[in-house]
Write a protein that binds this ligand. Structure first.
Ligand code: ZN
Length: 404
């Protein structure tokens, strides 16, 4: 039997979902993903504005309760849903589709138990060979359909009592801006959680196996980064069955840090070209591949495809070296199958410059967001993206002459 301290229980979560859907049938969709081994339903809740165009939406995936005794994760998931249907969340609903799996392991929740006594823990069911647990399979189905820009796995520091919460991320691929961006996002989340009333600790996850592009790593966070290049985060709420901060405070602090995260999806990071979560650059702001496309959906396809084929990019050179003041040369060698999605190459130069001429393999490019080049300026420097509608295997050379 679950003790009263393990609230919300699976039944309380299910009742909350029914009530939310009844009160907001236009905004809330509850789907039944399947059943646990013990026959309890697994639910996903989707909240978005049905009037706003789906192709322009950012996708967010949130899970809670991967560890059954960590009820604060479920508590924060319910608080997030309650906020997402309010007027204050209208702008987020217009630009984002948020899918929440609020109770990943109802069988464990029922027993206030962290991990199953036999078999794989569902959170670690994403290594080679694919998932085996019903919970792991349900999670992957949702994640593959969504290809989320952001994934958050919400946990609780059981046994830690009235102590501190955490925002964690870890081990993205090196020579990408992901580590910088994740740290920055996590820091904002932690500050928001502190203002809401609970001290926070923010640092990279150094726990083995939590986030890496290696296919051997089995956590849900690793899966979303490896497959979709989602910004993958993990949060922890302080709790214990003996002492905890009041439930209202735990919910408020957990919600505050999620709101800080969701705000990123409704703005543009100024060193990148598009509004939405900054997860679509493969390289540095100074030079790298970037997803391109007319809509958020096209850019998602571009990002996931570029990421999946990353090992086939054999060379990406930004020069010449030493770089003259008025010209750039970018060389790229790609050895994979033809990419039938938009492919961008981003770079930047000092000062406010105009492009006098840009050529791809000798052919003159025109200003275009999808087939040519485009620029913007930020803090006095000029950012340039060369956008190609597709990429065939072989070598490409981009030459740029800069004007004043
Ligand atoms: Zn946990």
């Amino acid at each position: 039997m679950a003790s009263h301290a393990a609230s919300p229980t699976s039944e309380e979560v299910a009742a909350h979902l029914r009530d939310l859907r009844r009160r907001h049938p236009d905004l809330v969709k509850v789907s039944r993903l399947g059943e646990t081994r013990e026959g309890r339903p697994l639910h996903a809740v989707t909240i978005t504005d049905p009037e706003a165009p789906a192709r322009e939406k950012q996708h967010v995936l949130i899970t809670a309760g991967h560890h059954g005794n960590e009820e604060s994760g479920r508590l924060v998931a319910l608080a997030a849903m309650d906020w997402l249907v309010t007027g204050a969340a209208a702008a987020v609903r217009r630009r984002q589709k948020i899918v929440i799996l609020p109770n990943m392991c109802p069988d464990l929740a029922e027993r206030d138990q962290r991990l199953p006594t036999r078999g794989r823990p569902p959170m670690r069911d994403h290594g080679p060979g694919g998932p085996r647990t019903p919970e792991g399979k349900a999670f992957q189905r949702v994640a593959r359909a969504l290809q989320p820009e952001v994934y958050v796995d919400m946990h609780a520091r059981g046994f830690s009592g009235c102590s501190y919460d955490m925002v964690l991320w870890s081990e993205p691929r090196s020579y990408l801006e992901d580590d910088y961006l994740l740290h920055r996002i996590a820091a904002e989340m932690g500050e928001a959680g502190e203002r809401a009333g609970i001290p926070h600790v923010v640092h990279p996850l150094s726990w083995p196996g939590f986030m890496s592009e290696s296919p051997d790593v089995s956590s849900a966070n690793a899966f979303c980064y490896r497959e979709f290049k989602s910004l993958s985060l993990l949060t922890e709420t302080a709790e214990s069955n003996e002492y905890s901060h009041p439930a209202r405070l735990r919910a408020r602090s957990g919600l505050a840090r999620l709101k800080a995260l969701l705000a990123w999806g409704n703005r543009r990071f100024p060193k990148l070209p598009y509004p939405g979560y900054p997860c679509y650059l493969m390289g540095m702001f100074q030079g790298g591949l970037v997803a391109v496309g007319r809509t958020a959906a096209e850019r998602r396809r571009s990002r996931v495809e570029l990421w999946r084929r990353r090992r086939h990019l054999k060379e990406l050179y930004f020069g010449p070296h030493p770089t003259p003041p008025d010209e750039l040369c970018i060389r790229m060698r790609y050895a994979g199958p033809e990419l039938r999605v938009g492919v961008g190459v981003q770079t930047r130069v000092r000062g406010e410059r105009r492009i006098a001429e840009a050529r791809l393999d000798g052919r003159r490019l025109r200003p275009s967001r999808t087939n040519g080049y485009f620029t913007w300026q930020y803090e006095g420097h000029t950012y340039l993206v060369i956008a190609l509608p597709r990429l065939k295997p072989g070598e490409r050379e981009i030459e740029v002459r800069l004007g004043r």
